[in-house]
Write a protein that binds this ligand. Structure first.
Ligand SMILES: Cc1cc2nc3c(=O)[nH]c(=O)nc-3n(C[C@H](O)[C@H](O)[C@H](O)COP(=O)(O)OP(=O)(O)OC[C@H]3O[C@@H](n4cnc5c(N)ncnc54)[C@H](O)[C@@H]3O)c2cc1C
Length: 285
């Protein structure tokens, strides 16, 4: 439980942080440290140097962006919860964040750290998938933008290169008439999702015009599910919702572990997706 020795530097500018990562000398960034430090304590990661990005103002905070929002990567969960803009425009972010860890985790943990770490049971990736967020990345080599839908490659694996930083997350406005919901069946000790579902639906004249849903906790990484397409053009009748839920895990490789066997996780996934779709529809009506 004691990490290997490492150097620690606190980046004083974004340039500083990007140069440190470009040096290729085994440096790794640290934000809140809630995922990285446990991994280092188990010696699953042994970075030679930690570059602390938590104090960089360019990476922090929530701001209005083209009728949506821009969220800096080192914005903490607590700051997400305190943002009026997010509560008003994207209540699903607050609903999800409220659900994460405990007070200590929410005070220090950052949205960027969670997305970059890409834990299979983390909550926020599913929300970013349903909101169709875009992640802005930067290295000394340049900048690029990657949609959440292309960012998550697998368990603990993302589109981020070794020398790249996640700078911010851009969330486009929700469609008109939208209702959203995030729901998870938590692992009792940590709060991580055994199965979690994020849902965005939109209604026009009581008919569903848009539906997106993602599951987390059940596979290698959060995934959008195709069965929600069946909602579009319907009024979201109970039998349609039941069909969506029954088809939600089709084609997904569902793993079991000490917390929940695969069959149980599959069952939970269909339950959380059904309830989240029902809730999102209710909120849209
Ligand atoms: C007790 C406990 C309970 C938890 N419960 C939950 C839960 O219920 N749900 C849930 O989803 N999560 C949960 N978590 C995980 C928590 O959400 C993450 O640990 C945290 O948000 C990660 O953010 P961080 O700033 O601490 O990242 P760090 O630990 O600092 O970094 C994590 C990884 O991301 C990289 N990184 C960080 N920021 C950037 C960046 N801007 N650009 C590129 N790479 C970056 C780091 O190099 C590292 O590899 C829990 C954690 C703990 C300790």
């Amino acid at each position: 439980m004691i990490p290997a020795s490492f150097d620690y530097v606190r980046a004083v500018s974004l340039r500083d942080a990007l140069s440190a990562l470009a040096a290729g000398d085994g440096s790794k960034v640290i934000a809140g440290g809630h995922s990285l430090l446990p991994v280092m304590k188990f010696r699953l990661a042994q970075p030679a140097r930690l570059v602390d990005i938590a104090a960089l103002p360019e990476l922090r905070g929530v701001a209005e962006h083209r009728r949506g929002a821009r969220i800096g990567a080192t914005t903490t969960y607590r700051e997400l919860l305190e943002s009026e803009l997010l509560r008003e425009r994207f209540p699903i972010i607050a609903e999800c964040t409220d659900n994460i860890g405990d007070l200590q985790v929410r005070n220090r943990g950052t949205i960027g750290g969670s997305l970059a770490h890409a834990d299979p049971s983390s909550d926020m990736p599913a929300v970013m998938l349903t909101l169709d967020a875009t992640f802005n990345l930067r290295s000394k080599r340049g900048r690029r933008s990657v949609r959440a839908r292309e960012f998550f490659h697998g368990a603990f694996s993302t589109a981020l290169a070794e020398d790249e930083l996640l700078i911010d997350i851009v969330v486009p406005p929700l469609p008109k008439g939208a209702g959203t919901a995030y729901l998870s069946q938590k692992q009792a000790a940590s709060g991580y999702a055994l199965a979690g579902a994020a849902v965005v639906v939109a209604l026009r004249r009581k008919t569903v015009t848009h539906a997106a849903a993602a599951l987390t906790g059940v596979g290698e990484i959060a995934k959008l599910i195709a069965s929600t397409d069946q909602l579009v053009g319907t009024k979201g009748e109970p039998e349609v919702v039941a069909r969506v839920a029954a088809g939600a895990t089709e084609g997904l490789e569902i793993g079991g572990d000490i917390h929940a066997p695969a069959d149980y996780r599959r069952h939970l996934a269909t339950v959380v997706i059904r309830r989240a779709v029902e809730k999102a529809l209710e909120r849209a009506r």
